[in-house]
Design a protein around this ligand. Structure first.
Ligand SMILES: [Zn+2]
Length: 220
């Protein structure tokens, strides 16, 4: 019995060491290099395995976003232009109905759905007014560019702006899906109120953000 256990233990060690050996080989070390190592840094090995890639300019909008994870996930997909809009689906399937379900006037693509649509414009203009940002909402590309230049620092105001951007994108996408798949609809004002309530709940956990949202205790 003892012999079998010892054998299994040795087998496990062998498999682990084989895995490690493969891992080192993947990042360009041979056995002699590893044996000669005086210091072993998991961080360095992890970075070498992961490899370095060019950083996207909008990374702080997603990574430094204290909004709900589902908001930042949808924002991440939108920034990659990977949301399955009708324009995108039409690339690989026959789609007769290309109409935007929010305004029922134009064709649906990501730029239209998230910013150029009348419905989306209504949502953004009120959210910007709520945040005391005195300007009209622009198109998707300009809005992201503005956010990268003006809202990536770690101040409470800018953190709340990033949350609002992620939450707004999420709720517009949800509204579109609810109309298509559940035949339910909300007005732009209902969407705005829900998002503002969710931002207040979310910021209550972080004292510096909570102080800031106390001044935003109203609906635009
Ligand atoms: Zn529309």
């Amino acid at each position: 019995m003892y012999g079998i256990l010892k054998l299994l233990k040795l087998h496990g060690w062998y498999r682990r060491s084989l895995k490690q050996k493969n891992m080192f080989e993947q990042i360009g070390f041979n056995e002699t290099d590893v044996a000669a190592m005086l210091k072993y840094s998991i961080k360095d090995i992890y970075r070498a395995c992961r490899r370095e890639f060019q950083k996207v300019p909008w990374r702080r909008l997603v990574c430094n976003n204290v909004g709900q994870p589902k908001w930042t996930f949808i924002l991440f997909l939108a920034l990659h232009r990977r949301l399955q809009t009708k324009e995108r689906i039409a690339c690989w399937a026959n789609l007769d109905d290309m109409e935007c379900v929010l305004c029922e006037q134009e064709n649906e693509d990501i730029d239209h759905l998230l910013f150029e649509c009348v419905y989306a414009k209504q949502v953004w203009s009120k959210l910007l007014a709520w945040k005391s940002i005195r300007r009209e909402a622009w198109n998707w590309k300009h809005e992201v560019q503005w956010a990268i230049e003006n809202a990536t620092k770690k101040t409470a105001q800018r953190e709340i702006y990033r949350m609002t951007l992620a939450g707004g994108v999420y709720h517009l996408w949800q509204e579109r899906n609810a109309r298509i798949f559940k035949a339910k609809r909300r007005s732009a004002d209902q969407v705005i109120k829900q998002l503002i309530r969710e931002i207040h709940v979310r910021t209550r956990r972080v004292r510096r953000l909570d102080r800031c949202t106390k001044d935003l205790n109203f609906y635009p």
